[in-house]
Design a protein around this ligand. Structure first.
Ligand code: PRP
Length: 180
């Protein structure tokens, strides 16, 4: 059982569902009559995107980018590598970057620069979690689900060594599991 490795649940399934619904409603209002593209970052952003997409009631398209930054470990290396670029151009479109968590901001900073170069009409960020205490690069977040403290969180898309993404809640990983 994955759950035995969890110290405590930080954000429950119900809390996530309610918050995602509200963010979806806000996005639907803000982008009404606009051409919106949600850009999700693999792999962690996948689950948030899937739920957020269904909470949005206006026409919307999706695209994906894949990057590598943590290299399988718990600490950010600050080195970001583009593994997969967008499938279609976003020139003149409204792009909303959907992330699971913003930690140091290094990944997001890289992605924003890469996306800006593609000349979208607008470019904003939607993140489920904000670990602002760890921020190195300051960035504007248009939509935010929850603030989280400086603990190693997993679940709802977030991993540790590629595992725990399938937990339906956001939980804190036990210290001995991280050290193992
Ligand atoms: C996570 C997350 C962000 C990034 C945030 O991805 O999805 O992309 O780290 O960290 P930062 O603000 O310190 O740059 P990760 O590299 O763990 O890959 P994953 O999406 O495959 O889980």
């Amino acid at each position: 059982m994955l759950q035995k490795d969890i110290e405590k649940i930080l954000i429950t399934e119900n809390q996530i569902r309610d918050r995602v619904k509200t963010i979806g409603e806000n996005i639907s209002k803000d982008y009404a009559d606009k051409e919106l593209v949600l850009v999700s970052i693999l792999r962690g952003g996948l689950i948030f995107l899937a739920d957020l997409l269904r909470a949005i009631t206006i026409p919307v398209t999706i695209d994906f980018m894949a990057i590598s930054s943590y290299g399988g470990y718990a600490e950010s290396s600050g080195v970001v590598q583009l593994i997969k670029d967008l499938g279609e151009p976003v020139l003149g479109k409204n792009v909303l970057l959907v992330e699971d968590i913003i930690d140091t901001g290094l990944t997001l900073n890289y992605l924003m620069q890469s996306l800006k170069a593609k000349q979208p009409l607008t470019l904003e960020v939607c993140t489920l979690l904000d670990k602002s205490v760890r921020r190195i690069v300051d960035l504007d977040l248009a939509y935010k689900g929850f603030d989280v403290p400086d603990l190693f969180v997993v679940g709802y898309g977030l991993d540790f060594n590629q595992k725990y993404r399938n937990l339906p809640f956001i939980g804190v990983l036990r210290e001995d599991v991280i050290q193992r």
